[in-house]
Design a binder for this molecule. Structure first.
Ligand SMILES: NC(=O)c1ccc[n+]([C@@H]2O[C@H](COP(=O)([O-])OP(=O)(O)OC[C@H]3O[C@@H](n4cnc5c(N)ncnc54)[C@H](O)[C@@H]3O)[C@@H](O)[C@H]2O)c1
Length: 376
């Protein structure tokens, strides 16, 4: 599959390296409105350098595009690529607007082409093990979960590109840009989200419109309850931690590693009073279930981006949906939009459906975009 990488910044570089290392894929073109960036990256991959995505879309030998531009441009570029008959890999978030994500869903359906939205941590072996255990019911009934992202981004980071920290192009701050990975895993593990309540703050940065700290509670259709904490103000930058708890087991992923896993064995009665996390089965389950290993290529560091690309190539070859679909990415986007709306209005907000229809009942659907509100 011949790719055009659109956006030759921080993540475009990784996409080009990932594609070049995959059997059956190559970088045929690199597009950047800052043409020197396109030239530099294209030069390292023996590809054409272009200034405008339209040039790449008009080339019949380009099969797919990888959209690596600022988030607020994602949906427009994805729709243009689909309408030109190209498959698409798009960086997270799918867009900054849930409504724009809906336009992508329509364009994908009409084009018959495939879209995957990068959520590379779904491909981490630890995430795969936990998801598999939950799907198989090995942890029992899920009762609660938490996603906590304690990262640091300096003022220089926010100042490094004009789009960072803006509602229009970044779509949000610690939640939309950084926390989205861990929130996506929480939603993937705990199922359909129903309602959130949140506070956000801008506490350790200036000259940005969005939050650098957020806390939220979330309620799922299953009855499970969750807590979300995301900050880019935790100096010097610590961990991303995800906990899932159920009545027959628990799992903890810390910085992408499965640091704790316990599933009750058949016949286990368990303690009447439990604390202190005994009997850690993490090493055993990871060893026994290498999960989504995928083919390993000599010289390729099997990053999670590479695993997601492999899934995408197979989805096109086998004519089946990729693991991270537009609907899945839209659901996570809707959770974050609902959190912003709650923080802005001071009220609990129902999470809209991935199809954009929203929940019935009191409150709003969380489908509105955060920039329609004052920055919290
Ligand atoms: N999955 C991850 O872990 C991860 C990590 C970093 C960034 N991202 C995502 O990747 C995207 C880009 O982030 P970044 O840090 O690489 O940004 P960046 O500012 O480093 O690079 C973006 C590039 O896109 C170019 N560009 C802008 N509009 C364009 C257009 N219409 N056509 C062609 N080129 C255009 C810019 O000139 C710039 O070179 C964001 O959506 C971000 O959320 C994901």
């Amino acid at each position: 599959m011949k790719f055009a990488v659109v956006g030759a910044g921080v993540i475009g570089d990784l996409h080009a390296a990932t594609i070049s290392n995959l059997p059956g894929a190559e970088v045929a073109a690199v597009v950047d409105v800052q043409f020197d960036r396109a030239q530099d990256l294209a030069g390292r991959h023996q590809a054409r350098a272009l200034r405008d995505i339209a040039q790449a879309l008009s080339l019949p030998d380009i099969d797919a595009v990888a959209i690596c531009t600022p988030s607020g441009e994602h949906a427009d570029l994805v729709v243009a690529a689909l309408q030109a008959g190209k498959h698409v890999v798009v960086e997270k978030p799918l867009d900054v607007l849930v409504a724009a994500a809906g336009r992508v869903a329509v364009a994908e359906r009409d084009s018959g082409k495939r879209v995957t939205v990068i959520s590379q941590h779904r491909f981490d072996p630890s995430s795969q093990v936990v998801r598999e255990a939950l799907s198989a019911g090995r942890l029992g009934r899920v009762t609660s979960g938490s996603a906590s992202i304690s990262w640091w981004r300096s003022q220089a980071y926010y100042d490094s590109a004009g789009w960072r920290g803006t509602w229009a192009m970044d779509g949000g701050g610690a939640l939309m840009n950084q926390g989205i990975h861990t929130i996506d895993l929480l939603v993937w593990f705990l199922g359909k989200p129903l309602e959130v309540f949140a506070w956000t703050g801008l506490l350790a940065h200036e000259r940005i419109e969005v939050e650098d700290t957020a806390v939220a509670t979330i309620r799922f259709e299953s009855g499970a309850l969750g807590v979300i904490h995301a900050t880019t103000s935790a100096y010097p930058g610590l961990n991303a931690r995800l906990q899932v708890h159920a009545d027959r087991g628990s799992a903890i992923i810390d910085n992408d590693e499965l640091v704790y896993f316990h599933a009750a064995r058949q016949g286990d009665i368990g303690p009447d009073v439990g604390s202190g996390s005994p009997d850690n089965q993490a090493a055993a389950v990871l060893g026994a279930e290498p999960a989504w290993a995928g083919p390993r290529t000599a010289g390729l560091r099997p990053t999670s981006h590479a695993a997601q690309y492999q899934d995408f190539l197979r989805s096109v070859a086998d004519d089946r949906p990729p693991l991270v679909t537009v609907a899945e990415a839209t659901r996570t986007l809707a959770v974050i939009a609902a959190i912003y709306e709650s923080a802005s209005t001071g009220r609990p907000v129902l999470v809209g459906d991935a199809d954009g229809s929203g929940e019935s009942g009191q409150g709003s659907s969380g489908l509105a975009h955060a920039r329609q509100h004052d920055a919290p």
